[in-house]
Design a protein around this ligand. Structure first.
Ligand SMILES: [Cu+2]
Length: 224
């Protein structure tokens, strides 16, 4: 197409300038490239949410709805989790999944008992030196499903992927509402930028194709 000589006779009858119509196909690869770049960003940023480094410190709020927010969190080994009461009353933290109200003592929650976690503003800290998965629960509201899981490891994505029921990549974590995980904790902004680029490129390509079909000399309606 680029090698074809200009056709001055037809340009006068074109609704769109001839040269512009000729330029459209050359923009198409650009649009496709933008879309591909977006798709690539989504893949790279979406998969390796797991490759993100886990934070050293994370705060989990005990809310008025008697939920932990976020319920599931990740810290790196040696990291600290701060539990803070932002609503409701008395959210003492225990180690375990709540099936045993005494807890399993997998981590030391002695600073997070009834006295320390009695009212809004109270907080306590737990240090997690060793990699692993640490379920925890509120002794008072476990019947309401006030529990969660702290994943201790180098990568941040582990928290959302290992606790996901289906292990679904980059997707909805299927869990009981009580354990709903932080929605976008593992999703860097670049992931969403990738989606944006992909949509933009795809849209641009469609528009270009539509314009080309409409105005290209090659697609001319028969002239009288
Ligand atoms: Cu509670």
């Amino acid at each position: 197409m680029a090698g074809r000589p200009p056709d001055p006779d037809r340009s006068a009858t074109q609704p769109m300038p001839h040269a512009a119509a000729r330029r459209l196909p050359r923009l198409l690869p650009l649009a496709v490239a933008v879309a591909l770049l977006g798709a690539w960003l989504v893949l790279v940023a979406g998969g390796p949410a797991a490759a993100q480094t886990a934070p050293r410190q994370v705060t989990i709020e005990g809310t008025a709805a008697n939920k932990w927010e976020p319920a599931n969190a990740a810290v790196r080994p040696g990291g600290t989790v701060t539990f803070r009461i932002t609503g409701g009353v008395t959210h003492p933290v225990s180690s375990g999944d709540g099936s045993d109200l005494q807890g399993d003592d997998k981590f030391d929650a002695s600073d997070c008992g009834l006295q320390q976690m009695a009212k809004v503003g109270d907080s306590c800290q737990v240090k997690f030196p060793t990699e692993g998965s640490y379920p925890y629960f509120c002794q008072v509201h476990i019947a309401l499903g006030m529990k969660g899981v702290i994943t201790v490891g180098e990568s941040a994505g582990a928290a959302t992927t290992t606790t996901a029921a289906g292990g679904e990549v980059g997707g909805a974590v299927v869990e009981p509402p009580s354990a709903a995980s932080p929605p976008s904790a593992g999703r860097p902004a670049i992931y969403w930028a990738g989606w944006g680029l992909f949509a933009l490129g795809a849209l641009l390509a469609l528009v270009l194709i539509a314009l080309y079909v409409r105005f290209s000399p090659g697609f001319n309606r028969p002239k009288s």
